[in-house]
Design a protein around this ligand. Structure first.
Ligand SMILES: [Zn+2]
Length: 136
């Protein structure tokens, strides 16, 4: 299934969205030099290669940083306020992802280990796949 934004098809990261819709996290690695690229790119900035392979990753990492949202805005209707949004450094690859924290915030700090799941966020009539994180 191809994922389309409100304005049209997604670019180089289309495979990311397709995998999330199927319940997997996949990230691109350059076939020429092995460099991980996130956000996805069409061409590798390290070796100039055009070919990437998409590799499934586990949703496990540590909190790089976070922020807490207290006021509603478009797209956050489904979350009880306040909620925390994390930037997580994955354990398996040098990539950081953004996602909302689920569950108890006790122990939330930079460097805290987390595990993730793939959920859907309601945005208007659309269901957008997204990573969610829980503290270990
Ligand atoms: Zn490369």
């Amino acid at each position: 299934m191809a994922y389309h934004s409100a304005t049209g098809p997604i670019g180089a990261e289309g495979r990311y969205w397709d995998a999330l819709l199927e319940g997997r996290l996949e990230l691109p690695r350059c076939k020429g030099c092995g460099q991980w690229h996130w956000p996805a790119v069409w061409r590798c900035g390290s070796c100039g290669g055009w070919d990437h392979e998409w590799v499934e990753q586990s949703l496990a990492g540590t909190v790089f940083t976070y922020t807490r949202t207290h006021h509603p805005f478009g797209g956050t209707e489904a979350f009880a306020k306040p909620f925390a949004t994390l930037i997580v450094t994955l354990d398996t690859v040098p990539v950081r992802l953004v996602g909302v924290l689920e569950g108890d915030e006790t122990g939330l700090r930079i460097g805290a280990p987390v595990t993730g799941t793939i959920a859907r966020t309601a945005f208007g009539d659309a269901q957008i796949p997204a990573s969610r994180w829980r503290l270990l």
